[in-house]
Design a protein around this ligand. Structure first.
Ligand SMILES: Nc1nc2c(c(=O)[nH]1)N[C@H]1C(S)=C(S)[C@@H](COP(=O)(O)O)O[C@H]1N2
Ligand SMILES: [Mo]
Length: 334
């Protein structure tokens, strides 16, 4: 299996987790794998996480098999610490379950995620309907510790488990007409308190999109897990996009459709307020939101009396994507 070389922005040499920690995590992981084998229920096992504060949850068999072979990045971006699991799972935006930050943790469990079918369609040579397991099967799982910067000016550092979207796209073979990729979240009003309430402005289902070259960039991943376990429902189980240099709303959750298309697709927030949210939505400290500054962000955990404010970086610190936008006026194409 190829070892993925992390991009320059993912770590600086002095900031890399020491090898001892890295190796002991790998050992832990091997031990977890062994444990999983000995106590597993048919089709499921408990264990796998290497993060001490994490509720491991149930791991489907295909996931624990992949986990034991996962490539662990074992480094954080910069010298920043990983956000506690509790914050990453109790301060969420997932409007299908309500607009308060605590709503997804409270209600997302109501969403049925098994079985789960993802339709791949449009300008591809090999369209089809895939289970999450089938989608993930040919790919190794990698840990990617990324910053997540919400357009609302708060941020976290999350260790995702997933695989590059590019690997999947290559497998389904985009045709020469494919210029963009569009994504759609599951829509099931009886399982989604926020959709039922009719309170939000969103024209469901939630949709997002990327230019094909952005989708093919090696930093863009489809995540099936985080913190060494499967994705909690509130974080977009069982499959979500993660595009770390763009505002969080581009990282669409609980995906059921991936379409390769020739025209720039409609996206949820751009259709609600095009003067506030653009198609690109690259993190950019120099282009403010019309109603607030984007120069700084509140890095969670951040208390009312101990605010943790850090400067926002161009492309969220992932400078290697700059080449995707040469010649594009980023004030106009925000
Ligand atoms: N389907 C769907 N995907 C979504 C959202 C949403 O409301 N619905 N919110 C987005 C926003 S605004 C952010 S900041 C991230 C939050 O991801 P997290 O809760 O895992 O941190 O998910 C994004 N993906
Ligand atoms: Mo967000």
């Amino acid at each position: 299996m190829l070892i993925h070389t992390p991009p320059s922005s993912a770590c600086r040499e002095h900031e890399v987790t020491s090898e001892t920690v890295y190796l002991s995590r790998r050992r832990l992981l091997a031990a977890a794998g062994g444990l999983a084998a000995s106590v597993s229920l048919p089709g499921h096992s408990q264990a796998g996480s290497t993060y001490s504060d994490v509720e491991p949850g149930q791991l489907p068999a295909w996931f624990s098999e992949k986990l034991s072979a996962a490539r662990w990045q074992a480094m954080t971006p910069g010298n920043e610490s990983v956000t506690p699991f509790k914050d990453a799972t109790h301060y969420n935006n997932f409007y299908e379950f309500g607009t308060n930050k605590g709503d997804p943790a409270r209600y997302a469990e109501e969403m049925r995620i098994e079985p789960w079918a993802v339709r791949i369609e449009g300008e591809v040579a090999r369209p089809g309907i895939y289970s999450v397991e089938d989608l993930a099967k040919p790919h190794g799982l990698e840990e990617r510790i990324y910053r997540l910067r919400c357009v609302e000016a708060w941020s976290m550092v999350i260790p995702w488990l997933g695989f590059p979207l590019a690997d999947l796209l290559r497998r389904v073979e985009p045709t020469s007409k494919a210029k963009y990729v569009s994504f759609e979240t599951r829509l099931a009003p009886d399982e989604m308190a926020g959709v039922r309430s009719g309170f939000s402005l969103i024209d469901w289902p939630y949709v997002e999109g990327l230019r094909l070259d952005e989708a093919m960039h090696p930093l863009t991943i489809l995540a099936v897990g985080m913190y060494g376990r499967v994705l909690p429902h509130q974080n977009g189980a069982p499959l979500r996009l993660v595009v770390p240099w763009k505002y969080g709303f581009k990282s669409i959750k609980s995906i059921v459709r991936i379409s390769l298309v020739s025209e720039q697709p409609r996206t949820t927030w751009e259709s609600i307020a095009p003067e506030e949210y653009g198609f690109y939505s690259n993190v950019n400290p120099e282009v403010d939101h019309p109603r607030w500054s984007q120069a700084h962000e509140r890095r969670l955990p951040s208390g009312l009396f101990s605010p943790n404010i850090v400067p926002t970086r161009m492309f969220n610190g992932y400078d290697e994507v700059a080449g995707l936008y040469t010649g594009l006026d980023l004030r106009k194409y925000y």
